[in-house]
Ligand binder design. Structure first.
Ligand SMILES: [Zn+2]
Length: 327
């Protein structure tokens, strides 16, 4: 039986069920938290809050979330395990590196052509996370996550993306990439992956759904990749009604098998740490939470003619196919 690695171990592909392909449990800045977290971070409270939010998500019918929190976003698997111990939901962990431009100095001096030389350390760490597990947690990453932002394929970004491609080719793990839809950087990512022999059916071009440019979105899908319509609730980038209209149109044109849905929400994100920032965030983006897709988006899609079958394709079949076939 084909399976996928999750925080709680291997899960049959068929039991992934309804899957949101881009949600974070936590997004944190560890060295800031270690020094200033006393002003806003309470471990017990945050873990309990995450448990509550994920239980609500499960009750709303979501069986699995894919959590692309990697180095650069504060990935810390023991905390996710603590949360997941209390909630019956699948959390798929990722490996990779989140940077818009430069890589941390930790990586800068290691690898081919650097001061310390040696093999590409990022590829080694990514493959280790996928094959052996993350740290001593026993949790294996099931996908690779990178970024191609407005600054594009800088020298450092190219190193990260090359490592992601190499780890993908070595392990078969699929890829998700944060892109900037306004700058259409999904094109750069897809081109780079194609040149490096990546199976494009194993690529989600994340945040593509911030755009309503059908030519751009169809170009990505015509290359074989999936588009992440994965920031529902972030109306400042693209309001929900327009995101919905774009998906309705793409489904009508036969693209349901290349679309995945999500919110890019988090139980807690320290970009908005502290009470005042949390309140401001809730005022600015009231729909940016885990329940927006199930409560508002799916009904809106149905109302506008997207069939139940197409919805199942987007939230069940596409995720299952994306994770199928890794060793
Ligand atoms: Zn994200």
């Amino acid at each position: 039986m084909a399976s996928v690695d999750t925080v709680r171990g291997k899960v049959d592909l068929d039991s992934l069920g309804t899957t949101l392909m881009h949600e974070h449990v936590f997004v944190l800045t560890p060295d800031v938290m270690q020094n200033y977290g006393d002003q806003w971070w309470d471990e017990q409270e945050r873990v309990a809050d995450a448990v509550t939010k994920l239980r609500q998500l499960k009750q709303a019918g979501v069986d699995t979330i894919v959590d692309p929190t990697v180095v650069g976003l504060g990935r810390y698997i023991p905390r996710i395990q603590r949360v997941n111990d209390e909630v019956d939901i699948n959390v798929v962990a990722a490996t990779g590196l989140y940077t818009f431009d430069e890589i941390p100095h930790f990586f800068h001096y290691r690898g081919p052509g650097t001061l310390l030389g040696g093999p590409e350390i990022m590829t080694e760490l990514f493959v280790r996370d996928i094959r052996e597990g993350i740290g001593d947690t026993g949790v294996k990453a099931a996908l690779l996550k990178g970024v191609v932002e407005e600054r594009g394929m800088t020298a450092d970004q190219t190193r990260v993306q090359q490592s992601i491609c190499d780890a993908h080719l070595e392990t078969g793990a699929p890829i998700t990439v944060h892109t900037n839809a306004a700058a259409q950087t999904g094109r750069l990512a897809v081109d780079f992956y194609a040149r490096n022999g990546v199976d494009l059916t194993k690529v989600v071009v994340g945040h593509a759904g911030d755009s309503n440019d059908l030519d751009y979105l169809k170009w990505i899908m015509d290359q074989g990749a999936l588009i992440g319509c994965d920031r529902f609730g972030l109306d400042m980038f693209n309001p929900t009604d327009q995101r919905v209209r774009t998906i309705v149109e793409l489904c009508a044109q036969g693209y349901a098998d290349r679309i995945v849905l999500s919110q890019d929400a988090a139980c807690y994100m320290d970009f908005f740490s502290g009470e005042a920032a949390q309140e401001a965030l809730a005022r600015t983006a009231p729909n940016w939470h885990f329940l927006h897709v199930t409560t508002d988006v799916l009904p809106a899609l149905r109302e506008q003619g997207v069939s139940d079958e197409q919805i199942t394709t987007m939230v069940v079949d596409n995720p299952r196919r994306y994770f199928a076939g890794k060793e």
